[in-house]
Design a protein around this ligand. Structure first.
Ligand SMILES: [Zn+2]
Length: 412
């Protein structure tokens, strides 16, 4: 290999290892299995989607996945303290790569999860997000076991709770923060979304605040001159809405909800607002957070100052109600490279992107993590019109399976 630049040598040896992977008969067998059993895996997806699992109410779906983990031959199956379903597939090393999909759906209890089929599309809340991921998770374990594919690392399959909304990643947070297995976990791969071309290697950092402003209230006419909680909120909203934030790294804000007052002819005693702040860069998010909190303080202060002679004043509280840490798994990392290769092998043109998924948590801890699609086509996630189309759906689990095996061969 003399005369060959080192990076080229590294690239070629990596490419050779991956090509060798495609030559292994048991790997071919696992891939063929996923294609041949596509219809069964799609049926399973429907079965899963019809078990309601709003965030904090995942137990029934968890029990179903527990039985499925047993059926596909995983070992030491348990439902942990947080409600995550865990199943192991031992490798030569006890160090484990986590492959996960989330149990919960972003809908309230009582939502109708019956799947309706219409013109080749399947409609149901959570049919794609993340019933597709859970079905792909099972399919992969089943295919690996059917074909007898051995891995260097142990694989830990997880159907986790708390990915959506105010779940605040509590399932994966527990797995990496408190579970007895945490020190064995070297990488994380979540199956969420559909497209096998989209590799989410960036975790958008999110902070959500609830701001409560309280004051004396009073008659709108008779007590005019007292500070008004809604007027203060108006000042805060106006200054947030005028803030300049970078386009790259993408940084955003939104006042998503505002409530307050009791009636039209009263000075508002209370105003509550909920605010969502995000950035691709955790440092930018911290900056935005400081500016926002300053805007809250200033807005209330200005209203108090203007109405000083009334002798009444407003008070406020700020509460961080949700914090999803973030960051990025470098594009040069073995995990991202493995996923790009696997995506190309299954006929796609991969692209790297940012998202807010379970991967945020391990990424924030410096553990390589990515989120991949489970196959098929999906749209309108988090809405009652969510749909899934089973177009070449097997390519999702094929792509994830190849990513797992390519990374398994590369990782130390
Ligand atoms: Zn999801």
């Amino acid at each position: 290999m003399t005369g060959l630049p080192l990076y080229l040598f590294a690239f070629l040896s990596c490419a050779l290892a991956q090509d060798a992977l495609m030559q292994r008969p048991e790997v071919r067998k696992a891939l063929d299995y996923l294609h041949a059993h596509d219809a069964e895996h799609l049926e399973k997806q429907i079965r899963i989607a019809e078990i309601p699992a709003p965030t904090f109410h995942e137990a029934e779906r968890a029990r179903f996945l527990e039985a499925e983990f047993r059926r596909v031959g995983l070992q030491n199956i348990e439902i942990d303290k947080q409600g995550n379903v865990l199943g192991w597939r031992p490798g030569k090393s006890p160090k484990a790569m986590v492959v996960a999909a989330h149990l919960d759906i972003s809908f309230s209890p009582g939502v109708n999860t019956k799947v309706r089929k219409e013109a080749g599309r399947w409609f149901a809340p959570g049919i794609a997000d993340d019933s597709r991921g859970l079905a792909a998770l099972l399919a992969i374990a089943e295919a690996l076991n059917h074909a007898g594919v051995a891995t260097a690392h142990t694989l830990l399959f997880v159907a986790n709770v708390g990915e959506e909304g105010l779940g605040d990643l509590n399932g994966i947070r527990y797995l990496f923060g408190q579970s007895p297995h945490k020190s064995r976990l070297i990488a994380f791969l979540s199956i969420d979304g559909t497209s096998p071309a989209r590799i989410v290697n960036g975790g958008t950092s999110v902070k959500r605040y609830r701001i409560v402003i309280r004051g004396p209230g009073g008659h709108s006419y008779g007590n005019f001159g007292r500070p008004n909680a809604i007027h203060a909120a108006g000042r805060i909203v106006a200054s947030l809405a005028a803030m300049d934030v970078p386009q790259r790294p993408k940084t955003t804000y939104s006042v998503g909800k505002i409530q307050g007052g009791t009636t039209v002819n009263a000075i508002a005693e209370e105003c509550v607002m909920e605010v969502d702040l995000r950035s691709e860069d955790p440092g930018e998010l911290d900056k935005l957070e400081l500016r926002f909190l300053e805007a809250v303080r200033t807005g209330v202060e200005q209203e108090n100052k203007l109405r000083e002679v009334s002798g009444k004043h407003l008070t406020f509280e700020t509460e961080l109600v949700s914090h999803r840490p973030g960051g990025q798994t470098p594009a040069s990392s073995a995990l991202v490279k493995s996923a790009e290769w696997a995506s190309r092998m299954s006929g796609h043109t991969p692209s790297l992107s940012f998202g807010s998924t379970d991967s945020n948590l391990p990424i924030s801890l410096g553990i390589p993590a990515i989120t991949l699609g489970g196959g098929g086509v999906g749209e309108n996630a988090h809405s009652l019109n969510e749909w899934f189309e089973p177009r070449e759906a097997w390519k999702g689990p094929q792509m994830v399976l190849l990513t797992i095996l390519a990374y398994d061969a590369e990782a130390k």
